[in-house]
Ligand binder design. Structure first.
Ligand code: SF4
Length: 189
């Protein structure tokens, strides 16, 4: 009997699967469950792009040990692209920056700073920038009349795909309360 190349490969793959599972073909269906058995699982959203794929993150003693697509999520139904599939390497990577590194204006080196220091510095600079650039009123060039604008063009806000709906809402409200007119989202750029 002639065996086509495709049939031969299909037969080989089936034989390999049976050999790996000790002859129990159904074991492969449980492999995800077996990988994460006894671990703490939580769901989150992929931070990379605006598709917003759902993920299941498994942790042991506070350390991420597995990340995979969330089969219950309506957007990706368990599938992930190559970037999302590689998220585990972002969580566990010795090259990942975990401390605040600050380079002062004109300096040629970075200094390690605390998170409290960084938050205070950002708040202080935002306040300074807003105070310097805030306009309560502006003359419209078209009709030469003055209008209330209450805005600053001295800074911009950029949202990211890692934010969920509620966070985006708060982010945009905060930006508008500050008078920021240049408010964008990474997904639109
Ligand atoms: S897994 Fe890929 S497609 Fe899905 S949100 Fe992440 S980067 Fe976008």
């Amino acid at each position: 009997m002639a065996v086509s190349r495709r049939k031969f490969l299909q037969g080989g793959a089936a034989a390999a699967a049976l050999a790996l599972t000790g002859g129990k073909a159904e074991a492969s269906a449980d492999s995800s469950e077996m990988r994460t058995k006894g671990l703490k699982s939580s769901t989150t959203i992929c931070p990379f792009c605006a598709v917003g794929c759902g993920l299941v993150v498994s942790t042991k003693n506070g350390k991420v040990v597995n990340i995979e697509g969330d089969t219950e999520h309506p957007i990706n139904q368990g599938a992930l692209c190559s970037k999302g599939s590689a998220l585990f390497q972002v969580a566990n990577n010795e090259r990942r920056l975990q401390k605040v590194m600050y380079r002062a204006p004109g300096s040629d080196k970075f200094e390690e700073k605390s998170w409290d220091w960084a938050m205070d510095k950002i708040a202080q600079r935002m306040k300074e920038t807003r105070d310097k650039t805030f306009k309560a009123k502006e003359v419209n060039k078209k009709d030469n009349k003055e209008y209330v604008v209450n805005r600053t063009e001295g800074m911009a806000f950029l949202g990211g795909a890692g934010l969920d709906n509620e966070e985006c809402y708060l982010w945009s409200k905060f930006g508008r309360a500050m008078g920021v007119a240049n408010l964008e989202h990474q997904a639109r750029i």
